[in-house]
Design a protein around this ligand. Structure first.
Ligand SMILES: Nc1ncnc2c1ncn2[C@@H]1O[C@H](COP(=O)(O)OP(=O)(O)OP(=O)(O)O)[C@@H](O)[C@H]1O
Ligand SMILES: [Mg+2]
Length: 262
């Protein structure tokens, strides 16, 4: 116990700062952790999927991703906001896909189905050995997955990362997207340097809920767009790649309908 004279009292200014920090923290908590979400989080704890939620890694309009701890490892928890119109921004094809696989009657149900969908797709990617966060479980609007990062923090998005060898990043993208297309039989559909992390020099694909199967009528068009995003990105970094060549390298040209017989 320190003696009373050793305890430094916070100045008036510090107290004010503390209150401000507390208020903005409370705002964040209110936005994400409505009553139902809090219950879901406490069940994740009871189920042993996490011990605690530590701090936000990123928060956006549709949800937030938080670092969590379980035992001696970190995990990431993605929480979709229930109180927000997440699905207004969803591409129509993704919504169709969702409606096809679930009978969703209300908005909350749609979010829960969307969370489950992200979990399922991450599982399929894990089976195909695509580098993406491993999904540990989901409950309502919460998804528990592997944390991409270390003690120092979460891995940066490819967009923000320092890339020393763009060709190596390209080759890694070819490998990961190739496994996604050929082995998982999925097209991401929203792939870009925003939805890719760079960790220990290698790419990690994230934010996969809108992925579609290669049989989907829009699969090829979506893959072409994903590829074009990356071709532009590595091109800006000084590694020029022909999008058609990139598409072929990931098995995308196989998705083209066979030429009609003469
Ligand atoms: N498993 C993870 N490990 C570490 N960081 C993660 C993980 N998943 C997501 N993040 C971080 O959270 C951010 C948002 O994640 P994600 O893209 O899945 O959600 P989102 O709802 O699309 O949010 P945004 O609209 O910001 O892209 C990512 O850019 C990344 O910084
Ligand atoms: Mg995203």
């Amino acid at each position: 116990m320190p003696r009373p004279e050793e305890v430094a009292l916070p100045s008036r200014r510090e107290r004010f700062e503390d209150r401000r920090k507390e208020a903005s923290h409370r705002d964040l908590l209110d936005q994400f952790f409505d009553h139902r979400t809090l219950l879901a989080v406490s069940r994740l704890v009871n189920q042993g999927l996490i011990d605690s939620i530590d701090f936000p890694i990123a928060t956006g309009k549709e949800g937030g991703v938080f670092r969590a701890t379980r035992g001696d490892e970190y995990r990431a928890v993605k929480i979709y906001r229930i109180a927000n119109a997440t699905f207004r921004n969803l591409p129509a094809y993704a919504l169709d896909e969702l409606r096809r696989e679930t009978s969703v009657r209300n908005y909350g149900g749609l979010i829960f189905a969307w969370t489950r969908r992200e979990h399922t797709i991450l599982g399929r990617l894990a089976d195909a050995k695509v580098r993406a966060p491993y999904p540990y479980g989901h409950l309502r609007n919460c998804l528990v997955m592997e944390f991409v990062g270390n003690e120092a923090g979460a891995a940066p998005r490819l967009l923000d990362a320092q890339v020393d060898d763009p060709e190596a990043v390209y080759q890694d993208l070819v490998l990961q997207i190739g496994r996604m297309v050929r082995d998982a039989r999925l097209v991401h559909g929203d792939l870009s340097p925003y939805n890719t992390l760079l960790f220990e020099g290698r790419v990690v694909l994230i934010d996969v809920a809108q992925a579609v199967t290669v049989e989907h009528p829009q699969a090829l068009a979506l893959l072409e767009r994903d590829i074009a995003n990356f071709a532009r990105f590595v091109g800006r970094l000084g590694f020029e790649v022909d999008p058609e060549e990139f598409l072929r390298a990931v098995g995308g040209t196989d998705l083209r309908p066979p030429p009609a017989e003469a």
